[in-house]
Design a binder for this molecule. Structure first.
Ligand code: ARG
Length: 275
């Protein structure tokens, strides 16, 4: 009988201990060796030593385009990445890449990062890591200035809608179709071709990123008109980095944070979008 009591007491103590240690586990902080020292420069690899190589589909003004006067690459993303490279003590080189192969190009190490007005999406985040968001955008409809038949997404029913293949505009058009808006999607490799299709009358509208549409209207107000619709939700651009290059992701996030803090981001923003 005595023995039984002893066993019960020992068991109760054991259970009590188990409970204690379990409830304490979540409070545990990660081992200090996992957090790098404040000023430690994160280790990363580069495709070319001393150079940040950036993949971009450079036909997307005002984010990335070729300046007709100088023949040089220009745009918000170009300025941002040039500044980030500078902060990392690196040269910068842009590799003009078709949108279609832009993620495969990163995965096969043709460049170190993608900066191409690329929206952070769950699907893409399975393949690449994204920096902290650096720009807020959303989709809009762009249509011919003289065509008043489209005032909201519902009016796209029965219309031909141009998109750049594989963009969030493409995905948005697909979603509208799933919701029962019977539109025909015409896919183009680049956004300039999608816009051209509207001008030529091959398409009735396009679904593209808002600031790209605003600029097209600013340049050709007689040709284009923008239609906004609350159906389209905010999206955020991020810089894509290979998943095996966490150090580079960290370094880029650090530089981005600095650029935002010290007013450089605002300067670049104002240069391209006004205040
Ligand atoms: N933001 C859209 C997306 O991520 C379109 C980006 C297209 N960028 C470009 N440079 N063509 O899908």
């Amino acid at each position: 009988m005595k023995k039984m009591w002893f066993v019960v007491v020992v068991l109760l103590i054991a259970i009590g201990f188990a409970g204690c240690t379990q409830s304490e586990t979540p409070k545990q902080t990660p081992a200090p060796t996992q957090t790098p020292a404040e000023n430690e420069i994160p280790k990363y690899y580069l495709v070319t030593e001393g150079m940040l190589t950036v993949g971009s589909d450079i036909a997307y003004p005002p984010f990335e385009f070729t300046d007709e006067k100088t023949g040089k690459y220009a745009g918000f993303d170009i300025d941002l990445m040039t500044e980030i490279a500078k902060r990392l003590g690196l040269e910068v080189k842009f590799v003009n890449t078709a949108w279609d192969g832009i993620i495969p190009g990163l995965l096969s190490k043709k460049y170190d990062v993608i900066c191409s007005a690329m929206t952070i999406t769950e699907e893409r985040a399975k393949q690449v890591d994204f920096s902290e968001p650096y720009f807020e955008a959303k989709q809009v409809i762009i249509t011919r200035a003289d065509d008043t038949s489209i005032q909201s997404v519902k009016d796209l029913d029965g219309k031909k809608v141009a998109v750049q293949q594989g963009t969030t505009g493409d995905f948005a058009a697909e979603r509208l179709k799933e919701k029962g808006i019977n539109l025909e999607i015409i896919r183009f490799e680049g956004t300039p071709e999608a816009l051209m299709a509207i001008q030529k009358g091959d398409a009735d509208a396009a679904i593209i990123d808002n600031f790209v549409a605003y600029l097209a209207v600013k340049k050709d107000p007689k040709v284009y008109r923008v239609v906004e619709d609350p159906e389209f939700e905010p999206e955020y651009y991020g810089i894509a980095v290979n998943k095996d290059n966490k150090g580079l992701l960290e370094a880029i996030n650090k530089a981005l944070e600095e650029i935002k803090k010290d007013g450089t981001y605002d300067k670049i923003y104002e240069k391209w979008f006004g205040s």
